[in-house]
Write a protein that binds this ligand. Structure first.
Ligand code: HEM
Length: 357
């Protein structure tokens, strides 16, 4: 084995061909950086997709054993994805060493191509669970005319979007969690009844949560009822409800909140870290969108993008809208102080703990 052969450096290092370097154009020094940066992004996107493939393979199982290595590896590989995204965010700083005038020296040669057409970026978004109808101006994005995708990429993205996403898989996994089954709660001593929620734990939780709200936060109890029990207050418009809960089911969010609240129990630790990683991935992507948007505004001002969108206007819209795990991040609204958490029944604690030998 020889280093250069193993890594196929002949192919990789001979794949930078700045258009401005060939006649009749004038060589633009910064085009080399522009190409290398984009290629480096695409290589890391490849690794992100590879890690997501593994994670999603685990979640296709109908049952994931807490005693197997599966969940731990999912946690580990999602944290790797976060580290890669953090690195990608820093790479924007290198591109920022190119001035707008340097960029203008070759920009027009790139039309109508754009990072907008990055198939791998779209696959990452689709696998994570960014839904079509939640995109900013999706007619911009899903097209094959000038500045859009070629037919092959378009079909590949379409077919991934039709498959179950990681978000849907995690939703199903959360829904399957058995902690609220009656057998665990037989010895639980409820303080309140079960009228509003159908379960003595949630009834007690709802009461403590309501008491924790300040005068100005009073209406949050209605949000709580919609998010966790699908009871929509009449005054809320579909848009308002969509901001409260849009991708996860109430049942799944009850399980997610329960994990966040009781995350110190051994059985919940890994599950908690997985949920936290998904929120973190959303943050890292959002940071990227922000850095990219700021860089683009500096680079091309208010000119349209080479990919034929409004340019920075489009990117700003995508930044504010493209949160995938908003429902999970929003759960912080419904936390109560640790010391006020209802004490769990012994039968459930037994199942949430490591076995004592
Ligand atoms: C001089 C540097 C850059 C400029 C001026 C620029 C400009 C733009 C513009 C204007 C758009 C909107 C689509 C369009 O009309 O073209 C866009 C989208 C995009 N660019 Fe860049 N870009 C730059 C660098 C990069 C780099 C290094 C990447 C890394 C892969 C990248 C990836 C993307 C992606 C993925 C989108 C789609 C974003 C979305 O739909 O949310 N861009 N870019």
């Amino acid at each position: 084995m020889y280093y250069g052969d193993y890594l196929q450096l002949d192919t990789i290092l001979n794949s930078q061909h700045p258009v401005s370097f060939s006649a009749p154009h004038t060589p633009a020094h910064d085009e080399m950086l522009f190409i290398v940066i984009h290629q480096a992004y695409e290589l890391w996107f490849k690794q992100v997709l590879f890690e997501l493939d593994y994670v999603m393979e685990v979640f296709t199982k109908d049952r994931i054993s807490d005693n197997s290595e599966d969940l731990n590896l999912v946690r580990h590989r999602l944290s790797r994805v976060i580290k890669i995204l953090e690195l990608l965010n820093q790479q924007v700083n290198i591109l920022d060493t190119m001035t707008p005038l340097d960029f203008l020296a070759f920009r027009n040669l790139l039309t109508p191509s754009s990072g907008f057409q990055s198939k791998q970026f779209r696959l990452i978004e689709a696998r994570l669970g960014l839904e079509m109808n939640k995109r900013h101006q999706h007619d911009y994005y899903k097209r094959v005319n000038e500045g859009g995708f070629n037919a092959e990429d378009y079909n590949a993205i379409n077919s991934t979007e039709k498959q179950e996403s990681l978000l849907q898989q995690v939703n199903n996994w959360l829904e399957r969690m058995p902690f609220f089954e009656e057998r665990f709660w037989l010895a639980y001593k409820p303080v309140t009844g079960t009228e509003a929620t159908g379960h003595s734990f949630w009834e007690d939780y709802r009461r403590v949560y309501q008491q924790s709200l300040t005068e100005r936060e009073r209406s949050k109890i209605q949000d709580f009822e919609y998010v966790f029990f699908e009871k929509a207050a009449e005054a809320y418009s579909p848009e308002q409800l969509g901001m409260l809960r849009s991708s996860f089911s109430s049942k799944a969010l009850r399980a997610a909140l329960f994990i966040m609240l009781y995350r110190d129990f051994p059985v919940f630790q890994t599950s908690y870290q997985i949920l936290d990683s998904l929120i973190e991935i959303d943050h890292a992507l959002s940071n990227w969108r922000h850095k990219h948007f700021i860089m683009v505004r500096r680079m091309i001002g208010m000119r349209v993008g080479t990919g034929n969108t409004t340019g920075s206007g489009y990117l700003e819209g995508a930044l504010s809208k493209h949160y995938i795990y908003r429902d999970l991040a929003g759960l912080s609204t419904y936390l109560i102080e640790r010391r006020n958490l209802p004490a769990l029944p012994a039968e459930l604690i037994k199942h949430l703990s490591f076995t004592v030998f």
